[in-house]
Structure formats: structure tokens, C-alpha cells
Design a protein around this ligand. Structure first.
Ligand code: ZN
Ligand code: ZN
Length: 368
């Protein structure tokens, strides 16, 4: 619970620096980040009010009362029953917390019906977005978050080692079979389900960066792009390896793979505090362009990972965002040959004082 309280303290400090009255969150990663309570959004009014001074409070449907008290450190939990008007309780709570006027920062993913009710209940408030204060906090992971991210990476690595051992057994399996195997292995090694739609792209399907899986059977000599992750304590892993389970790969595959691997290494080597995200993207892109494959590297080099699998910072061409210690993001260059094959290699990294630490450590070669 200490981590959630520490984050809330840092949030309050930023609110005061900005002169804002508070943040209003609804079920989302932001609410979990501060409140420690996880729930999917629903049609019932559920908010966490975090004032710039004093203690936060939940306004929640009565049926969530026990769940919030069990999971969250926040003690002030104000419940409304089906049949009550939750908007009255919202107005009363905001007034008690000094959040009836001034600048309030709302969760960016809050449903419009709730923002409308908040505006109606608090006509004297001005509205902004909570990411203004929570974005800079969430982008630098604290020790509890790094611990969960490291463990999620270890689970993905263990599953990838199992995949690498399939060898000849992979021939004749469909991509869907492979995905089922990967997801079973992730759970077996302690993961909490897949962190996003598992990708197994064999042969020409590997050339579609967002291909998930199909009924195509793996043939001898097919490269297969395996991109998957799991969650541990709410935090994801996300790694990619491109391997040839059996037989000899197509012409030029080996040289493309070498280039992608070199590009990935160059980008990882470029990571350190103060360097821009754009410079990391450029480090990967220059290697691929120099090899003549520039037109076939069709996406950004990486994305941040935390409570959301895709979040800040984005490692994209031209970004002047400076890297800071504790940021976690993917480094995942790829080269895609439509109709033939694709190659992508991805690790999550955390920025350290003098460089970075990879959260994925399995072999990056294509021979399994
Ligand atoms: Zn991935
Ligand atoms: Zn990724």
C-alpha cells in the first residue's frame, strides 16, 4: 500500500505546483496507479477524488464497498445505493474536499456521460486532463513497478525458451496452435494471462506487423515471428523473437535477420538519460537504411510499457522527448517483406543511470 500512498503524495505536490484543486479519476490505469483499486468501467458512477491538500475519497456504488475497502488504502469511501442520485454525492464530496471550484483534472479516458455529470454537479470548476500531472509520474517507474516488470519479463523469457525447444514439432502446427501453446506456457511459468493478443506470424504472415494468428500450418524453413507477453501484478511483458523452428530459411532471410538484430543492438546501445527518444529511433533506423532495407521498416522503434502495454514514451522519429531513469519502453525494429517473411526483434528496457537494462534476455538469434 505504501507505493500507492507515495504516488498520491507526489501527485498532490504536482497539483499544488500547478495550482490545481485536484484530479477526478474513474476506473482506469490512473485510478489503479493512485488508489490501488482495479475495476473495469461500468454505467454506475465510480470516482476517486484526489485533492491537492488532504486525503482522497471514493464515490462508489454500494455494491463495490467491500471490494474497495479490501483493495485500496483510501479510507474515505462514500457509497450510493441504486435508486439514489449519485450526482448529489459527487457535489457534496467535492465540496468537502475543496474541489468544488478551481482547476480539476479529469481522467482522459473517462466516459463522456460522466464528464457531463461532473460538469453539471460542479459548475464552478474548470476542467483539464489528469495526464498533465500523472503522465510525468507514471512514465518513471518506481521500485515496485520495476520489480513487477522484471518478473513479467522473466515469465515471457521462460515461455520463449519453451517455444525455441519445439524444433521439428512446430512443423505442421497452425499459428493458432502455437498461440495456444505460448499462452499455456505463460500461465505455467506464473504469468497472469497474455498482456495483449499473442502474435505467431509464420512465413508470409510474419510480414504483416499486426497479424495475430491464423490456421496456416508452419512449414519446414518458415521463419516465425513470436510477439507476446503476460502480466505480473498488473504489469506487462512484451518481447519478440523471429525464429526458424526447422529447416533452412528463405534466401536473404539470414541477412535481414542479421541487420534487424544489429539495429536493435544499436538502439539499445544508444539509450541513456538525456538522449532523445528520436535519437534511439534513429540509431535503429540508420542501420536498417544503410543495409538498404529502410523502406521495409514501416513502424516506430518502440513504445513505453507500464500499466498500459502502449504508453509514453514513444520511441519515434523526430521525438525530442528526453529519456529519464526509470522509463521503460520497447526496442523493436523490424523489416517486412510482403509475401515472403518478416523479422522483428523486441526487448523491453529500463533506463538506468548510465545506459539501460534489458528486461528480456533470451537468445536473439533465429536458430532454435
Ligand atoms: Zn511486442
Ligand atoms: Zn511492443
Amino acid at each position: 500500500m505504501q507505493n500507492f500512498e507515495d504516488r498520491t503524495r507526489r501527485c498532490r505536490r504536482r497539483l499544488r505546483e500547478r495550482g490545481a484543486a485536484g484530479v477526478v479519476l474513474f476506473p482506469s490505469p490512473n485510478l489503479y496507479y493512485l488508489g490501488g483499486f482495479h475495476e473495469e468501467p461500468s454505467e454506475r458512477h465510480l470516482f476517486l477524488f484526489v485533492p491537492s491538500e488532504g486525503d482522497p475519497a471514493f464515490v462508489a456504488p454500494e455494491l463495490y464497498g467491500d471490494q474497495i475497502r479490501d483493495e485500496s488504502w483510501v479510507e474515505d469511501v462514500r457509497l450510493w445505493a441504486d435508486g439514489d442520485d449519485p450526482v448529489e454525492l459527487v457535489a457534496e464530496t467535492a465540496t468537502d474536499l475543496g474541489m468544488a471550484s478551481g482547476e480539476l483534472l479529469a481522467d482522459p479516458t473517462m466516459w463522456a456521460r460522466f464528464t457531463q455529470d461532473l460538469r453539471a454537479a460542479l459548475p464552478d470548476a474548470e476542467w483539464g486532463l489528469a495526464d498533465e500531472v500523472l503522465g510525468p509520474l507514471r512514465v518513471r517507474k518506481d521500485d515496485a513497478e520495476l520489480d513487477a516488470l522484471r518478473r513479467a519479463g522473466e515469465v515471457a523469457d521462460a515461455a520463449m525458451r519453451d517455444v525455441g525447444e519445439l524444433g521439428d514439432d512446430a512443423v505442421g502446427m497452425t499459428e493458432a496452435d502455437l498461440v495456444e501453446y505460448v499462452e499455456e506456457r505463460l500461465v505455467a511459468h506464473g504469468g497472469d494471462g497474455p498482456s495483449f493478443g499473442t502474435i505467431a506470424g509464420s512465413g508470409p504472415n510474419g510480414a504483416k506487423p499486426h497479424h495475430r494468428h491464423s490456421d496456416r500450418e508452419v512449414q519446414r524453413g518458415d521463419p516465425v515471428v513470436f510477439d507476446f507477453g503476460t502480466r505480473v501484478d498488473g504489469y506487462p511483458s512484451d518481447q519478440t523473437r523471429t525464429v526458424v523452428p526447422a529447416g533452412d530459411p528463405p534466401a536473404e532471410f539470414e541477412s535481414v535477420h542479421d541487420v534487424v538484430r544489429e539495429a536493435q543492438q544499436a538502439a539499445v546501445d544508444a539509450v541513456e538519460p538525456g538522449v532523445t527518444a528520436g535519437a534511439v529511433d534513429a540509431a535503429a533506423r540508420e542501420v536498417i537504411e544503410a543495409a538498404g532495407y529502410g523502406d521495409e521498416f514501416v513502424h516506430r522503434t518502440g513504445h513505453g510499457a507500464g500499466l498500459e502495454v502502449h504508453e509514453e514514451p514513444y520511441i519515434v522519429a523526430g521525438s525530442d522527448r528526453e529519456l529519464e531513469t526509470g522509463m521503460v519502453f520497447s526496442v523493436e525494429p523490424g523489416v517486412y517483406r510482403p509475401g515472403e517473411f518478416g523479422v522483428r526483434i523486441e526487448d523491453l528496457v529500463v533506463v538506468t543511470e548510465d545506459g539501460c537494462e534489458r528486461l528480456n534476455r533470451t537468445d536473439r538469434g533465429w536458430r532454435t
